[in-house]
Design a protein around this ligand. Structure first.
Ligand SMILES: Nc1ncnc2c1ncn2[C@@H]1O[C@H](COP(=O)(O)OP(=O)(O)OP(=O)(O)O)[C@@H](O)[C@H]1O
Ligand SMILES: [Mg+2]
Length: 508
């Protein structure tokens, strides 16, 4: 191995301050075990992409980053698509392959568990996470339901109608009641809301019912999850790793991806601006990120792009994990400073094209033939370039990645159950609360004739008003195209509605 290779990598990956270890450089099949490939902790809010073909080690890379961030006092949020990231909550096993890999890299293998919190959208494999229909907003809900543009505008109108009529939308039952009311007794109101035809309302109703039948009902409602609960440290100063267990809702990619979007937007709203900081406030890993962008309309793509861009100044890093960089829109991709590219296959002409496109997203390298390396990397190896504290990309380096210190593969079900039962979040979120909202108000009105369109609000309605207000303003703006933009901006603004309840929790 040329000595200037080791020297260039040593210089390129030596930083002041704390770092996260990726592994050791690889050149012509040999490991430069004296050199370390690292990411500066202070730059972990600069976002990243972990990509590669199936089974190449993307999830283990994510796991390795997550556990080191936690150890360095950075809270982490991650989506566990297949249940295999639950292993973060148990120490790893020193099997011969792991020991051999550690030895090759020149680091001791020390098994360790991270402090984990399991969350679940269905409430079956973790602390139930809920959001209200109102804070989700029409744009994300339209995406969850797979609505077309006309239906999406109709849904936005329904939100506006609810605002005008002081109807609080908390769960899907509320929304269903409102839609039923609009087809039935409240049909007169349709005329005041241009985009609302009886037929479209009928379609929305069918879609909502279908979503409920697919089991998404428990997710919508109260108590709404406080984003602040993701940003916690243990008493010994480690970052809590919040693992969202998703293998039970795999048939629901849209719910998962819109939920992640809701979470990002909520984080953006609730966290204060911080300037440059020695470490991020929270790092967010988005596994199977292609689900977020697939079939996403322009409005949602714009919103994702905007949130990703702005959230950096709040000290939040976002890592997308997916098969190829092509899965991520160019505007988002341009913001991902850290790149861990695992092996790509090049069987078909399409694969070849992808390979060339991926290679072109890397800085030039004086040492590697990038397309060739990309197809010859082994499992748990990747082509890496990260952002240095000066904001410049580090030299491209093929890297033998360190094995995670926590368990590779799922945690035992009993251990998961124990962790959930001991969670300090249980008292707050375990039980759903059904306070008075649209469904109850409409039922009461139906009972007490004549129905009045301006019946008094359910308690709490007032604080939600700016949601539909913003949407309403957006919708009544003159130009159709401005409308979409307004909706996007509106949504971000809208998310500021709920006052953040500041609470202190003991237990960690
Ligand atoms: N850094 C690593 N250290 C040790 N073993 C690894 C490492 N990375 C990958 N492996 C091995 O490769 C296997 C597959 O890795 P992983 O599950 O991370 O792949 P993936 O790219 O996420 O696959 P998929 O696309 O199917 O989700 C692991 O179960 C493990 O045995
Ligand atoms: Mg994986």
């Amino acid at each position: 191995m040329a000595s200037d290779f080791a020297a260039v990598m040593e210089a390129g990956y030596t930083f002041e301050g704390e770092t996260v270890l990726l592994g050791a450089p690889l050149m012509d099949g040999k490991v430069a075990a004296t050199v370390r490939v690292r990411v500066p902790l202070s730059m972990m809010n600069r976002h990243g992409l972990i990509a590669g073909a199936t089974g190449t080690g993307k999830t283990k890379t994510l796991q390795g980053l997550a556990e080191q961030l936690s150890a360095a006092g950075v809270p982490v949020f991650l989506a566990d698509m297949k249940g295999d990231l639950s292993g973060l909550g148990a120490p790893g096993e020193a099997d011969p392959r792991v020991l051999e890999r550690s030895k090759a890299i020149g680091t001791p293998f020390t098994p360790a568990a991270s402090p984990v919190e399991f969350l679940s959208l269905s409430g079956t494999r973790g602390i139930p996470v809920r959001a209200t229909v109102s804070s989700f907003g029409p744009l994300l809900l339209a995406r969850t339901l797979g609505l077309n543009d006309t239906q999406e505008s109709a849904l936005a109108m329904v939100f506006k109608y609810c605002d005008d009529s002081k109807l609080l939308l908390l769960d899907l039952a509320d929304l269903r009641s409102v839609l039923q009311h609009l087809i039935g007794d409240g049909a007169a109101a349709l005329q005041q809301y241009g985009a609302l035809s009886k037929a479209t309302v009928g379609v929305l109703l069918r879609e909502i019912t279908e979503l409920e039948q697919q089991g998404a009902g428990p997710f919508f409602g109260e108590p709404e999850f406080e984003i602040e609960d993701l940003v916690r440290l243990t008493q010994d100063g480690r970052g809590v790793v919040s693992v969202l267990e998703l293998d039970d809702i795999q048939d629901h990619p849209a719910l998962f991806s819109t939920f992640m979007m809701w979470m990002l937007a909520s984080l953006y709203r609730e966290l204060p601006e911080i300037g440059d900081s020695p470490k991020p406030k929270l790092v967010f890993f988005f596994d199977e990120a292609h689900l977020l962008f697939e079939d996403a309309g322009k409005a949602l793509r714009d919103q994702i792009e905007q949130v990703v861009r702005l959230i950096r100044s709040k000290g939040v890093g976002v890592f997308f994990v997916t098969h190829t960089p092509k899965d991520v829109p160019a505007e988002v991709l341009a913001q991902l400073g850290h790149r861990v590219q695992h092996a790509l296959r090049a069987f078909s002409p399409d694969d070849e094209k992808d390979l060339r496109a991926t290679a072109n997203t890397f800085p030039r390298s004086e040492f590697y033939d990038i397309p060739k390396v990309l197809t010859s990397l082994g499992i748990g190896e990747a082509l890496v370039t990260v952002l240095s504290p000066r904001g410049t990309p580090t030299p491209v380096v093929a890297t033998l990645l360190r094995p995670p210190s926590s368990r590779m593969g799922p945690i035992a079900p009993e251990s998961l159950k124990k962790i959930v039962e001991a969670s300090p979040l249980r008292a707050e979120y375990a039980e759903a609360v059904d306070r008075e909202s649209a469904r109850e108000v409409l039922a009461a009105r139906a009972g007490a004739a004549p129905a009045s369109e301006s019946a008094p609000a359910g308690k709490g309605a007032a604080k939600e008003t700016s949601l539909a207000d913003t949407v309403g303003k957006a919708l009544s703006s003159p130009a159709g195209r401005t409308l979409q933009r307004e909706l996007v901006r509106g949504l971000l603004g809208v998310l500021g509605v709920r006052a953040a309840a500041r609470r202190r929790r003991s237990g960690w």
